[in-house]
Design a protein around this ligand. Structure first.
Ligand SMILES: Nc1ncnc2c1ncn2[C@@H]1O[C@H](COP(=O)(O)OP(=O)(O)OP(=O)(O)O)[C@@H](O)[C@H]1O
Length: 613
């Protein structure tokens, strides 16, 4: 056998050497790998040491702080850093002798100041795992200031699993559970209340077991973005598309029809579902996609409850009736309020039923009494949340604390309407029967004419008109027509009408001469018989116009006018808003500025004003 360089033996040796080299190389690799791993582990240990050193430092610092501010010595069991990097939670044992967590909770503001926390950050104490432990959430980064868009995940939600309304300062979602609860959302002008209403409507739209009915006497503006994407230019529901809300009322009449329908449904459900209730052994109607909950969202509903004018009082009575009788039968309300919650929270029914509460502060401090909104919770200060869309939220499930609502814009509303269109439930046949044509014909062209009215005198004119006594243009509730036409004008009313006509002729409180007749094509409500109210309301309207005129070039706003009229006429802000809208459309007033800066100036005083009265 020739032996050459590549003889078997040589090959064998080569192979051996190769194996040896390979083994050596692998060993080197393994060694390097091990060294690398060891280095990594060391780095991790170092990080862990630093982290635990940081935690230990935090623990020591806060034991001192709690001692200094609250006069008690706690033992820190754990410090958990939030993954969002915006703060941490301290879990501590309270000293023996019966000290409770609220000794710390009530000192939240002083603890925050002592820790030199940035604005919008707090140290909030809540109950720990048992009564001898306390959890203290400390926010170190102000998440309230930034604008946080509404999440783009529109996955289905259920009333039973809670509906997210915004974020806590630690980035956690805060959910409301509204099967039995009503909700109250307070936010002065410019605080982000309208945006919050959209977030609420978005949450309901995403559910599979809620039908949302909205009442917005302010020209239906909060509900319209949820309806419009589903209507074509003629007002027909675009095929295959359902609006994001199931019913929208922008006038006292439509709201009355809606609330009456709700009461009928609640009463009928109580009777007709007896078998189901006994089968399920419950006195709470089992809400599902087949028997949906009806959520009535009433924008500025609290103001309706507090108003003293007759139409609002009638509406308020119906709202309270729904709240009182319909809990078990799956109809609940979400009321919003501009403020002045004293009178609303004075109502026992609201205090008892509306325990899911939000207060948006947006920098407003006047009239913001957090202790009334969140009784029993301590250490909440309005100035902790001076940003739009930020404030406080508390529910029976989640103690009152700082909160940020998501920002939601019209494009996203359109997306949500489209994305959720095929998941809305339909009213169960039993309820639909009780609801009758008032409900079935809610999208009738005549009843939604105002939604397509580009000269926006439609809804505002008819919304507050009942209160104001101006012809309710565009109002044609066909379902009501029969009832109305049967109402004959009494002598007294005829007299009031003549009186009103004379006043109108003399003072021209209706559209200004030369600025056009009432929009054509809109039936005047000959059938709407509120004449008895009109002379007194015209007096209020004249008084409002006088206030506007007296305000000169500076102008004034709806709240100020309503305040000026409160004693003598008891006119609500909403009514004044309607008048201002009509006057602006008619050229009697000029709107200046936006948002909180909005002012109305009588056209005589407006820049380039005509000088006519
Ligand atoms: N959650 C939010 N995050 C950030 N900015 C917000 C948020 N909500 C509202 N804003 C800002 O505040 C402005 C006013 O919001 P919004 O119209 O909702 O307030 P409002 O209280 O209803 O006031 P108004 O009664 O004047 O309409 C918005 O244009 C937006 O710039």
């Amino acid at each position: 056998m020739t032996t050459g360089p590549l003889s078997w033996a040589a090959l064998g040796s080569l192979a051996t050497i190769g194996v040896g080299m390979g083994a050596a190389a692998r060993a080197t690799l393994l060694y390097e790998e091990a060294r690398e791993l060891e280095a990594l582990a060391a780095a991790e240990r170092q990080v862990a040491r630093e982290l635990s050193a940081e935690r230990r430092a935090i623990a020591a610092e806060w034991v001192d702080r709690i001692q200094r501010v609250c006069g008690i010595t706690v033992r820190v069991v754990a410090v958990e850093m939030w993954p969002t990097g915006t703060g941490f939670t301290i879990d501590a044992e309270l000293p023996a002798g019966g000290t409770t967590y609220d000794r710390i909770a009530r000192e939240s503001a002083r603890l925050s100041a002592d820790a030199r926390l940035p604005h919008g950050c707090t140290a909030t104490a809540s109950q720990g795992i048992h009564q001898g432990r306390v959890l203290i959430d400390v926010t170190t980064v102000n998440v309230l200031e930034a604008e946080i868009p509404y999440p783009t995940d529109y996955s289905p939600l259920s009333l039973h699993t809670g509906i997210p309304w915004g974020l806590r300062t630690n980035g956690d979602e805060v959910r409301v559970y509204l099967r039995e609860q009503c909700a109250l959302v307070v936010g002065p002008t410019g605080s982000g209340k309208t945006n919050m209403v959209h977030t609420i409507l978005a949450g309901f739209a995403r559910t599979t077991d809620v039908l949302t009915w909205a009442i917005d006497l302010n020209a239906g503006s909060a509900g319209l973005p949820w309806v419009r994407p589903a209507l074509d230019s003629t007002g027909q529901i675009t095929s295959g598309m359902r609006p994001g809300i199931d019913w929208l009322a922008a006038s006292h009449e439509e709201a009355t029809v809606m609330l009456d329908t709700a009461v009928r449904i609640a009463k009928h459900r109580k009777m007709a579902y007896q078998d189901l209730l006994s089968r399920e052994n419950t006195d709470l109607l089992p809400v599902s996609d087949r028997i949906p909950q009806i959520e009535i969202v009433i924008d500025e509903g609290a103001e309706i409850l507090a108003a003293t004018d007759k139409p609002s009082r009638a509406l308020a009575a119906k709202i309270l009736e729904v709240i009182r009788i319909a809990r078990a039968m799956g109809i609940r309300t979400v009321l919003t309020a501009l403020g002045a919650t004293g009178s609303v929270l004075g109502n026992l029914m609201i205090r008892r039923e509306a325990k899911a509460r939000v207060v948006l502060t947006g920098g407003e401090t006047e009239g913001m009494d957090l202790s009334k909104q969140f009784p029993g919770s301590r250490g909440l200060r309005v100035d902790q949340a001076p940003y739009k869309g930020s404030g406080f939220m508390g529910t029976p499930e989640s103690p009152a604390g700082l909160f940020k609502s998501w920002r939601i814009k019209p494009n996203q509303i359109r997306d949500i309407v489209a994305a959720t269109s095929n998941r809305h439930p339909t009213l169960d046949p039993i309820s639909a029967k009780a609801a009758g044509p008032d409900y079935a014909r809610r999208w009738d062209l005549t009843r939604t004419a105002w939604m397509r009215d580009d000269t926006p005198s439609g809804p505002p004119a008819d919304a507050p008109t009942l209160a104001a006594g101006v012809p309710a243009a565009g109002l044609n509730l066909s379902a009501l027509r029969d009832k109305r036409t049967t109402v004959a004008e009494t002598d007294e009313e005829a007299l009031a009408r003549k009186f009103r006509e004379q006043i109108d002729a003399q003072f021209a409180t209706a559209p200004e001469p030369g600025t056009g007749t009432p929009p054509s094509g809109k039936p005047t409500p000959a059938v709407l018989n509120l004449s008895a109210l009109r002379s007194e309301d015209n007096a209020a309207k004249d008084a409002a116009l006088a206030v506007l005129l007296a305000a000169g070039p500076e102008g004034t706003g709806a709240s100020a006018i309503a305040r000026a009229l409160a004693d003598e006429h008891g006119t609500t802000r909403q009514t004044v808003v309607g008048w201002l809208k009509t006057w602006t459309d008619d050229g009697v007033a000029v709107r200046i500025g936006e948002g909180t800066k909005t002012r109305y100036v009588h056209h005589r005083h407006a820049p380039g004003g005509s000088g006519r009265a």
